[in-house]
Design a protein around this ligand. Structure first.
Ligand code: ATP
Ligand code: MG
Length: 269
């Protein structure tokens, strides 16, 4: 089991970030999060630090487009991995309720210690965590309805024939670039949550929300609630006027500007 800090002081400047790490460490101890997932979170944290650990304007614009895209979808699916199941299962379940999307567990890394290299034990744990957090039905937890996503190898290519494979819109968070590109190549509209605007996932998706999944998953569900009263035309406008490449460029520029400002006042922590 990972060692837990006894208490994180209320006044600690990195309190939120440390609490999130604690949730992930607990998920790792429970066999829900992969060791590689811990490292992937670290890469995300670095970008979060640069954007100031808050939901920025470029993320809000993407959240709006993502909400409209999900509300207009005929068969939306939310793909959840170990990190998301550990960090924000309730928010993922809430987004499914707000959009009628199916929730599907998908894992990239094989279970440590499983000689067959499978992920089914961890998938079941993720499904249980989602169910405890209010998800009605969770796909992808058993090999029964497993199909294959063309253009991907072994574990990451496994997908439920009733979930991501049948979906027209798929939301992925902390996703690998190959799988995001394979989903797009299969004709799906891909919504990605990824703190790294430079990643292959960010570029392959149709709508990329550059924000921490911990903050934006609930925000996205709330936005779906707010937009749900809108007519089809308004939703189509919100979806079709969004330019992902331009929005990613805004995110990179905002990061660069923040770093420039920091360099200008160098030494002032
Ligand atoms: P890609 O394969 O898309 O090029 P990568 O290889 O750099 O990306 P992966 O390890 O495949 O990265 O995927 C993890 C991604 O998730 C990273 O881009 C990381 O920035 C992002 N990430 C990690 N933690 C979070 C988080 N809490 N919220 C949002 N994004 C996160
Ligand atoms: Mg990758």
């Amino acid at each position: 089991m990972p060692v837990m800090p006894a208490t994180i002081p209320e006044t600690h400047p990195r309190r939120e970030s440390l609490l999130v790490r604690e949730r992930l460490a607990r998920g790792f101890g429970e066999g829900l999060v992969a060791a590689e997932g811990l490292m992937a979170h670290g890469r995300g944290e670095a970008f979060d630090y640069i954007i100031g650990e808050r939901t920025r304007g470029f993320a809000r614009a993407a959240i709006r487009a993502a909400a409209a895209t999900l509300l207009l979808a005929e068969r939306p699916a939310i793909s959840v991995n170990g990190n998301v199941a550990a960090l924000c299962p309730g928010e993922a379940a809430g987004l499914a309720r707000a959009t009628g999307a199916v929730v599907e567990v998908n894992m990239f890394y094989a279970d440590a210690g499983d000689p067959a290299g499978g992920t089914w034990a961890r998938r079941r744990r993720a499904a249980a965590a989602l169910a405890r957090a209010g998800a009605r039905e969770v796909l992808g937890a058993s090999p029964e309805n497993a199909g294959r996503l063309p253009g991907t190898d072994s574990e990451r290519g496994t997908a439920d024939v009733r979930g991501a494979l049948a979906a027209d819109v798929v939301l992925v968070a902390l996703e690998d670039g190959d799988r995001a590109a394979a989903l797009a190549a299969a004709g799906k509209t891909v919504i990605a949550i990824d703190l790294n605007p430079l990643s292959r996932t960010a570029a392959a998706a149709h709508v990329t929300i550059v924000d921490n999944v911990v903050r934006c998953m609930g925000e996205l569900a709330a936005e779906c609630g707010r937009l749900s009263g809108n007519g089809r035309e308004e939703l189509e406008g919100a979806r079709d006027s969004f330019d992902n490449a331009a929005n990613l460029a805004s995110a990179v520029r905002a990061m660069a500007a923040g770093l420039e400002a920091r360099a200008a006042g160098a030494g002032t922590a």
